[in-house]
Design a protein around this ligand. Sequence first.
Ligand SMILES: Nc1ncnc2c1ncn2[C@@H]1O[C@H](COP(=O)(O)OP(=O)(O)OP(=O)(O)O)[C@@H](O)[C@H]1O
Length: 588
Amino acid sequence: MEILRQLKRFYASEKKFIVGTILFLVLATGIGLVQPYLVSYLIDSVIIPENYELVAPVALSVVGVVCLKALNQFLHGFCGGRLGNRVATKMRNTLYEKLNTLSFQYYDKAKTGDLMSRLTADLEAIRNFIGFGLAQLLNVFFMVVLGGTMMLVLNWKLTLITLLPVPLLLFLAFRFEGQIHPIFRETRKAMSNLTTAVQENITGVRTVKSYAQEDFEVNKFSERSEQFRSNQIEASTKWATFFPMMETAANLCVIVLFVVGGIMVINGGFSPGNFVAFFSLIWYIIGPMWGLGFHINNYTQFKASGERVLTLLNEPIHIKNEGKALKLDASSTKGDVSFNDVTFNYPDKKPAIQNISINAPAGTVIGLLGPTGAGKSTIIQLLMRAYDVKHGSITVDGVNVKDLDVQSLRSIISPVFQETFLFSATIRDNIAYGIANVTDEQIVEAAKLAKAHDFIMEMPLGYDTVVGERGMGLSGGQKQRIAIARAFIKNPKILILDDATSAVDMETEHEIQAGFKQLMAGRTTFIIAHRISSLRFADEIIVLDQGHIVQRGTHDQLVHQPGPYRETYKIQFADFPGELEVAAGQKE
Ligand SMILES: Nc1ncnc2c1ncn2[C@@H]1O[C@H](COP(=O)(O)OP(=O)(O)OP(=O)(O)O)[C@@H](O)[C@H]1O
């Protein structure tokens, strides 16, 4: 019930449907209890005394009772359906919102398949229980109390004797729930492992195929499928073991009633009509207990799913606005960026960058160079506040990024990453992503600057071409050019080019860089590149190694100093002196 309490905010506003679904079910049950009385009356007051003229009115009463019961059952279903769906929709939207507010740190470890199964299978279990299971569980108590009272009124001694096996039934039902809950929890986990395998396989299908790992993937899936199967089998074995035991315990009540009640009727201490009514009423008690297994199953699934959904909902948000966060006004922001003695490490890892100080006045270009893993991307991630620094500070226009409204900070930054993500949408929508009221002219202009216009126009549908998931159907270089056009459209104060031209050939890189010059004008720019030609014109080039700044200065200064920059320069240009000239030409 703790889970139910924690989920209260999702159903608290649905009081009328909660009351409706419970009330109509209870009414249906209550009306159903009239039936045994009518049967008892039919036998004792109509059939035995041969008052056949009463048959029609009694039969009509039965029809009335049945119709009324059906109406209440319909209303119970109506309210339950509304309730379950409204709660599930609210939860689905809240979960999705939560997924969007969770920080980069969460996604470093998150599994897509697992998250998908929380938003689908788990929500379904919650919808079922809140919509119907809860009302049915409460109805069990109602049936037992009302049915029991009626039996006690008819014959309290017979009632007590008949219900002797009930504690055994209850014991079995609770034992069943205790044993099946962990199995359901494991089943849910196994299900999410399965979805993760499918999702990863589809996302990484090119890698799988290029490495001819289809068999390996199929085996991996089979193992997970096997785990799911064995969890399901374990659950059905428990089910198969406990249900006959519960059925036997329930039938013990019937046997006791037949023996003791039968003797009482023979001895004249109990009327045949009351005996038949008693027989119907006993099912009002043992029936729900019998069904208790099903309801418990429903509840247990809900509990396991609720736990998983709540874990996600309670996940801490690492990056959020603190106190009165300052909203940056894009029009008045200059774009001065400063890193002041920044040290940062990812959770449970050694520092990725140490004692980094960078001063980038508005409009300057900072180049970041260094071997893989040196910490270049980390510097950029920290500027975007993907993570918070552990030591030192980062400021934009003199304000610590921690004091800035996260969304407004990110709205003035435009990153172009090494890997471009394109949505399953038209090229037009991909370029205009996140920006309202963009004209077609602006989109074309941005695409031209990013050298994307020509290849877009070669496609049959031009800007209306829908690119597949993750931009399939486009080459790496084409995707990158769309991402660059996206950055142009955003008109940022701070531009980040994280290996942005890595996927295009040198000639296109030179062409794009001409566009970059226009894009960079008046914006603070951080360029991460492995090619010196991409950042040689920067106002300051920072050379990193293992998280430390090992060299800094302009290209002309660095190229004349012994050190990693000159070594890289020599390697990259020794064989292609012509390239150097072309690159140098970009500066003018
Ligand atoms: N999300 C992350 N979680 C944990 N560790 C990370 C994460 N991202 C980077 N690292 C680690 O931090 C260090 C710096 O990585 P970073 O990506 O900043 O290097 P880089 O210079 O940009 O490399 P590359 O040129 O290959 O992109 C590396 O040791 C890397 O393993």
